[in-house]
Design a protein around this ligand. Structure first.
Ligand code: SF4
Length: 394
């Protein structure tokens, strides 16, 4: 295979854990950046000799976490150099760094200029809210002012591709407050907005507070109103709604995340990272599995001390049925939906045959059939989780 692939790098450290977070991340007073970077290099060198990645170039890199911006520009820049040396990073590659507005020790301007010089050309800022009370509920380490300062510093550093993450349906948040958050975000002129509803994951302090009756989650109607307000306001502001929770100015959709949603391969490095090497045509699948997923050791210490080849905590080969269900689940998240012709190319079977419930969902007004593509309708978008689960169930 010679197609370029996407590379995800997980950096699992944060200043402290946010109340809602269930990502694989650990509060750390000091980040062992050199040791961790060395472990990433070892894993990457090993991957460079694996048949599924060998000889392929990198089209997108995403440093996620955790809080990647706790690492120094010098260390992250040297990792980018290693990626380029071992695989070759395409000239127009999208190189994203996830950053927490409260993570810049000393000067945000200096730090962000360093990341830009290191080669990153896209920054994804975890603003989450511009309301100090809601930031406190989420246990974020930054203030609204830190986010504004970080955006200014990122622009001054030359980042012309900037994404802003927001969270809606925070306990106690009103529709008016959410709309004010959207206005604050728009005033900063982002190129991309990710707007997710708060989710309550098992084991987080936030979920514990809900169970103890200390916090009241937003009700479904309010959540829906917030979703509608987001769609309406961001489309008026010139953003394209291209994925259930993601909005972009023309040409600024996240190429890295599109790789996930369009069933492209991604190599993932780092503690707890999940990677995927799929099968891009059904002819190949006749002789092999329908793709392989893996998850790395979660604990940073275990990951850093793993022997070569022992990074994976689990691996799974996909059956055809699993591959089809996953393809439908991720593909339908995109507003443009799924192409019937690509589906046949990948799986060697018609979409109607593999997903017989599609016609029933279309008749119910939840899916739109455009000829080559099926996609969620307006109503389907609002009920997306239920629709996607239903169609993927076969
Ligand atoms: S900054 Fe992000 S990764 Fe870190 S604890 Fe908060 S939500 Fe989790």
């Amino acid at each position: 295979m010679t197609d370029p692939f996407s590379l995800y790098v997980h950096l699992p450290y944060c200043v402290r854990r946010c109340s809602y977070c269930d990502f694989n991340t650990y509060a750390a007073a000091h980040v062992p950046e050199e040791r961790y970077a060395e472990a990433l290099r070892r894993e990457l060198t090993f991957a460079a000799n694996r048949p599924e990645w060998q000889g392929r170039r990198i089209s997108t890199v995403f440093f996620g976490g955790g809080t990647p911006s706790l690492f120094s520009p010098a260390v992250l820049g040297s990792l980018l150099e290693t990626f380029d040396r071992l695989f070759g990073i395409e000239a127009d590659a999208e190189l994203t760094l996830e950053a927490n507005p409260g993570s810049f020790e000393g000067s945000a301007a200096e730090r962000l200029a360093g990341f830009r010089r290191a080669g990153f050309n896209r920054i994804s800022l975890g603003a989450q809210s511009f309301n100090a009370r809601h930031l406190a509920t989420l246990d974020r380490i930054h203030s609204p002012h830190d986010t504004i300062a970080a955006v200014d510093a990122a622009r001054a550093a030359g980042f012309d591709n900037l994404s802003c993450d927001l969270i809606s349906a925070i306990p106690g948040q009103t529709l008016k407050e959410w709309c004010a958050d959207l206005e604050h975000a728009l005033a900063l002129g982002p190129d991309h907005v990710s707007a997710y509803s708060l989710t309550y994951e098992e084991g987080t302090p936030m979920t514990g507070m809900v169970k103890a009756g200390l916090v009241q989650p937003a009700d479904e109607d309010l959540e829906l109103e917030m979703f509608r307000a987001t769609r309406s306001r961001l489309s008026t502001a010139g953003f394209e709604h291209y994925e259930i929770s993601n909005f972009a100015r023309p040409g600024r959709a996240s190429r890295h995340n599109l790789a996930y949603w369009t069933w492209r391969d991604y190599l993932a490095l780092g503690a707890g990272a999940h990677g995927f090497a799929g099968v891009q045509s059904h002819e190949k699948a006749a002789t092999t599995s329908w793709g392989r997923r893996y998850a790395n050791q979660r604990l940073p210490e275990t990951y850093m001390s793993a022997k070569p080849g022992a990074w994976h905590a689990s691996e799974e080969s996909l059956t055809r049925e699993m591959a089809i269900a996953e393809y439908l689940m991720v593909g339908l998240r995109l507003l443009e939906g799924i192409s019937r012709s690509r589906f046949v190319e990948l799986f060697g079977v018609a979409l109607a045959e593999a997903a017989p419930r599609a016609s029933e969902l279309r008749d119910a007004g939840l899916l739109i059939d455009d000829g080559d593509r099926i996609r969620l309708s307006e109503r389907g978008l609002e009920l997306c989780d239920a629709v996607i689960v239903r169609i993927a169930a076969g």
